[in-house]
Design a protein around this ligand. Structure first.
Ligand SMILES: [Cu+2]
Length: 159
């Protein structure tokens, strides 16, 4: 019976570590930025590249930011010859794939800013997954012209 004890203790140790392992989520958020908007603008946009390095699809079901009344995920869809923004109830990042939120395409819509937001500042946007995890991501507020420098993948910062 004495020989059982070390095994039992090892079992307890593994059990206590397991919740930490379960929380690890496979998404990486890169190049998160938001174009600076005029002070009176009722909405701002957010762009980010999301990679899923895991073996299962991950769905983002929403997002929030303390600086805005509401944060939504939008897609651009052509209807009757016009580009319209359509709110997405969720956004799935397929296993092993990347999804890019970029100008003219999928984007974050940051609605009703609660304060004046200027270039050089950061916005903390928290994403929620379908499995109930919260992932905080820091978005950098940059001049509008930054979009021209986005299409190549260099992590190049202009000052
Ligand atoms: Cu939008």
């Amino acid at each position: 019976m004495l020989q059982v004890r070390p095994l039992l203790m090892f079992g307890l140790l593994v059990a206590s570590l397991a919740p930490g392992l379960a929380i690890a989520q496979p998404l990486t958020f890169e190049n998160a930025w938001s174009p600076e908007a005029p002070p009176v603008a009722p909405v701002m946009a957010g762009y980010v590249r999301i990679s899923n390095d895991g073996s299962e699809d991950v769905s983002l079901t929403g997002a929030h930011c303390s600086d805005f009344a509401r944060v939504e995920i939008h897609d651009m869809v052509e209807r009757d010859g016009m580009m319209r923004m359509i709110k997405q109830e969720s956004l799935t990042i397929p296993a092993g794939k990347q999804v890019e939120l970029k100008p003219g395409s999928l984007h974050m819509m940051l609605m009703k800013p609660r304060r004046a937001i200027k270039r050089g500042e950061t916005l903390e946007i928290t994403f929620e997954t379908a499995s109930g995890e919260s992932i905080p991501v820091t978005f950098e507020v940059k001049p509008q012209s930054a979009r021209d420098q986005q299409h190549d993948n260099h992590q190049h910062h202009h000052h």
